[in-house]
Design a protein around this ligand. Sequence first.
Ligand SMILES: [Mn+2]
Length: 172
Amino acid sequence: MLESQDEPQRRNRRWSFLGKLPMRRTLKSKLGKNSVTVDFVHASPRRPINEYIFPDDVYTNPLKVRLLFERVKHICFVGHTHMPGVFLDEPDFYLPNELNDVYPIVEDEKAIINIGSVGQPRDKDNRASYVCVSESEVHFVRLEYDFKSTMKKILAIDQLDNFHAERLQNGR
Ligand SMILES: [Mn+2]
């Protein structure tokens, strides 16, 4: 849609805004008396823009998950697959409901945490997905939203495939 913007200056400003966004954010967070390193990337700790980390990788490609964890100091938040859950370096994967929607941050355990997607969840649950993070816990949250309005807007644009609307309803 950016390409079809008719005013070139505006279009260029938008592209350059997107181009300047950082690929990775890192911050120190407190955990009791200690501090922990928390990374934020879109996709994966080694390819922050475009590497998918799938729950199945734990079984089909455990080496990949282990190598990803070599790039994680402690906690790394990701999105990209739009499928919420927690990867551990064993490797292992836990769905939010297997954790009663809470992951406790502990000192000696690394975790890659997918927060799901607010606008387009893909775990067959059409509610928005996000997390609330406190010093020592990550809470997974699901929230109903009016995806039907969004569907209507997508269906009204000829250049967008109807699939993009339907997937909002199906959560996939
Ligand atoms: Mn993505």
